[in-house]
Design a protein around this ligand. Sequence first.
Ligand code: ADP
Ligand code: MG
Length: 555
Amino acid sequence: MSTLDLLKKYFGYDAFRPGQEKIVNQILHQENTLAIMPTGGGKSICYQIPGLAQEGITVVISPLISLMKDQVDALQSLGVAATYINSSLTTDEQFSRLAEIRNGEYRFVYVAPERFDSNAFFSAINSLNVSLIAFDEAHCISQWGHDFRPSYRTVVQAVHQLRNRPVLIGLTATATAEVIRDLQQLLDVENNAVVNTGFARSNLTFQVVKGHDRQEYVTDYLKAHQDDTGIIYAITRKQVDQLYYLLQEKGFSVRKYHAGMSEEARKEAQNDFIYDNARVMVATNAFGMGIDKSNVRYVLHYALPKNLESYYQEAGRAGRDGEPSQCVILFSGQDITLQKYLIDQSEMMDEEKKKGEYDKLQAMINYCHTDQCLQQYILRYFNDTISSTEACGNCSNCDSDLEKVDRTKEAQMVLSCVKRMDERFGASLVAKVLKGSNDKKVKQFRFDRLSTYGLMKEMTEKELVSFIQFLVAEDFLVSEGGRYPILRLSKRALSVLTGEEKVYVQAAKVETTEVVAYDTEMFEQLRRLRKTLADQQGVPPYVIFSDKSLREMSV
Ligand code: ADP
Ligand code: MG
């Protein structure tokens, strides 16, 4: 039977997806292979088809106990003899499964990497005719991967000792160039046996939403997507609880999940979500590892994720079935403080590691500020040169009713100010100098004597900081140095200062709201309101005071 026939017979699909056929053929030609495919790209079939096509047993090493059972159930329902061995079984059960495996009762055996720590297990596997070993989530093998599992190292050493030298395949959806090189070496994969289809998920639409009341946004969003299934990620347990009760009160079909709940409660919530008894899951990042739900239509991030690695993984839980799905971040400046706090508080990390985490957080912030294609931004971050060449055309930056406004002059002011301050300070002090603040530090360094002092005093400090962050995001400025990053000019800054390059900002088309003040008291109230809004949202609300005489009192 050809591999295509097997695909039809067992899985009911008519054609291979990109990369699948090449991988299947390589394995059947006994070549060790590394497969890099996006989430939902169809990695399982890449080892399942060869496993069905050839003699012998396929051992799948998977870090996710919950996924093992699902995969085994799925294979069994297709009439394929499959089983798993992991710590969810009692020792007795493990022994009897091993005996069954020895009897040749199974074609596929899923195991957790920890099993290889035991010699008994290794010799059992070694006595069998194992023809293929698949490493699912292979990035866990590499210490450069974001999820390194030490016991994977033991497995790698062990499989190279196996008597009949099975073919090895590593599969992952997240691998930097460094991880790829490492995996190639560990699994003994030739350069031309690496199959990389890129990371692009063309069915996902990425959006960054700013300046909205978040609870209101979520409520409206859920109302508009009543029939869809989705996940809402928040940072803290408290945030999860609050949002959960709010949504429940409003009558949405919602469950919650975080590490503060009992195992039983978590399991129940998870099952309700998986089996469509509930539409919405509100959760911390504790939720999702090992969840293989194909019809998730949206993933909302209620707060800023800590880095793009986890963001892309969490957002990537949307649309695994290939149908159009949305990934939305609700951005608020306060989250930056919260995430920095969480890094500071972590006892798991030394200073070096913390610095790395700050830099990753900065890239995440840049994502929220960039005005380039969001999909491309992510792909570039992961060094995906295959699919990052074109803008996606449907993210909130590609497809927006925002206008481009020329802010070259303002950018030049900021850049010269950074330069005059000797590129030794962070965004907040630069903002203070441009604002013309009387701050102690400004005086101490005599920055009030600079020609750029007070140069942008018509903007608030907050607006200035957010404009500086935008310049960082667009690589006009570089922000480096961990907890208290310092600004310096990038290469691109020079071309802006010389006027070769222009700086455009996307701004909401100004929809002016006319507010008429009838007396001075009301005028004062409006003025305060305007300031509060500007402080909260970091953008000036477009309120125009229409009474001419009052307007002249200057806002
Ligand atoms: P991954 O492990 O890469 O995230 P999966 O192996 O779980 O992805 O596959 C995701 C979905 O795509 C599954 O529902 C799978 O059945 C489906 N799929 C895989 N290959 C094909 C194909 N050639 N045609 C159609 N659907 C496919
Ligand atoms: Mg998978």
